[in-house]
Ligand binder design. Structure first.
Ligand code: SF4
Length: 71
């Protein structure tokens, strides 16, 4: 199981995460910063999308916890 961590102070409201994984991320209506709506995505598909979003975030505001090293 992976867990998604978001550093809202680092988020620059670019929205890449929401575009990439709309089932996992949303943006705050007030300030546009990231809101993780599914911090522990259950399915492979959502986990893949979440990983992609973490890699795409231009502010490096997203990270994964509990990720085992991949070969
Ligand atoms: S991609 Fe990064 S900077 Fe953009 S909204 Fe998501 S967390 Fe914030």
């Amino acid at each position: 199981m992976i867990r998604i961590l978001a550093d809202r102070d680092a988020c620059i409201s670019a929205g890449m995460c929401v575009l990439t994984a709309p089932e996992v991320f949303d943006q705050d209506d007030a300030d546009g910063r990231v809101v993780v709506t599914a911090p522990a995505p259950a399915t492979e598909e959502l986990q893949r999308a979440a990983r992609e979003a973490v890699g795409l975030c231009p502010a490096r505001a997203l990270s994964l916890d509990g990720e085992t090293a991949r070969t």
